[in-house]
Ligand binder design. Structure first.
Ligand code: UDP
Length: 234
């Protein structure tokens, strides 16, 4: 079982077909994360913002890229607050830290303080990505996992249970990988995370587990190292 994990949630993991933020989905997630915390693991979370805005997509619609990326980062803060609220409703103690300072809303990201929160059993939720445009929250996960010395990044996917050689939703013959190296991912051009995030994990020797979070109990299984997904190592 891992001691300190970083869970990467995409913005979509908090949404439904109808709503960008779905209260029932948040509640279910919080109940599962409460159980995860009860195992004694130290839990940090990086949330995405794709349920609101992805910078690249609105750039394609004619908006300035950096402006669009800052909007995306603010979207991740909204999600971080939503996850915080859901967890605190279940009695889980949390702190949000943002890479863009907004002290009335959350703490600024301070590594030592984040680690202290983890040691005290608080769940730390990182918002605003890296604070820099042109990056993704996958890269944020790689960066924060390296900084806090996480044992593993748990890459929670919606409806996909690992890494395949082609899109399993389009190709019924797609083959799933159980184990991969980061070099395999780069050489085969597998779509796990963007290449910046992959390189960062590879350079800093951070392990990654890609798994399906839509199956109940899978986050806890992932923390125990028992989930059926794809494990990627150096
Ligand atoms: N973003 C950014 N820098 C970062 C992290 C995120 O500019 O360090 C912006 C970027 O525009 C991105 C958006 O925030 O598209 C939302 O994040 P992401 O697409 O990674 O969210 P997810 O797909 O995980 O929901």
């Amino acid at each position: 079982m891992y001691k300190r994990v970083l869970l990467k949630l995409s913005g979509e993991a908090l949404s439904s077909k109808e709503n960008n933020l779905e209260p029932a989905v948040l509640k279910e997630l919080a109940i599962e994360l409460k159980r995860v915390k009860e195992t004694g693991v130290e839990l940090a979370i990086v949330v995405g913002g794709g349920n609101f805005i992805r910078g690249k997509q609105i750039q394609d619609m004619g908006m300035d890229r950096t402006q669009a990326d800052y909007m995306g980062m603010l979207g991740t803060v909204i999600n971080a607050l939503a996850v915080q609220n859901a967890l605190e409703n279940e009695g889980v103690v949390t702190r949000v830290q943002t890479a863009i300072e907004m002290q009335k809303v959350a703490e600024p990201f301070i590594l030592r303080r984040a680690v202290r929160h983890l040691e005290k059993g608080r769940v730390v939720i990182f918002g605003a990505g890296t604070g820099s445009p042109y990056f993704s929250t996958d890269t944020t996960a790689a960066l924060r996992a390296s900084e806090i010395g996480a044992d593993v990044i748990l890459m929670a996917k919606n409806g996909v249970d690992g890494v395949y050689d082609s899109d399993p939703k389009l190709n019924p013959e797609a083959k799933k990988f159980n184990r991969l190296t980061y070099m395999d991912v780069l050489n085969k051009g597998l779509k796990v995370m963007d290449s910046t995030a992959i390189s960062m994990c590879m350079d800093n020797d951070v392990d990654l587990i890609v798994f399906n979070m839509n199956e109940k109990g899978n986050i806890e299984k992932a923390v125990r190292g028992e989930v059926e997904g794809t494990t990627i190592t150096q």
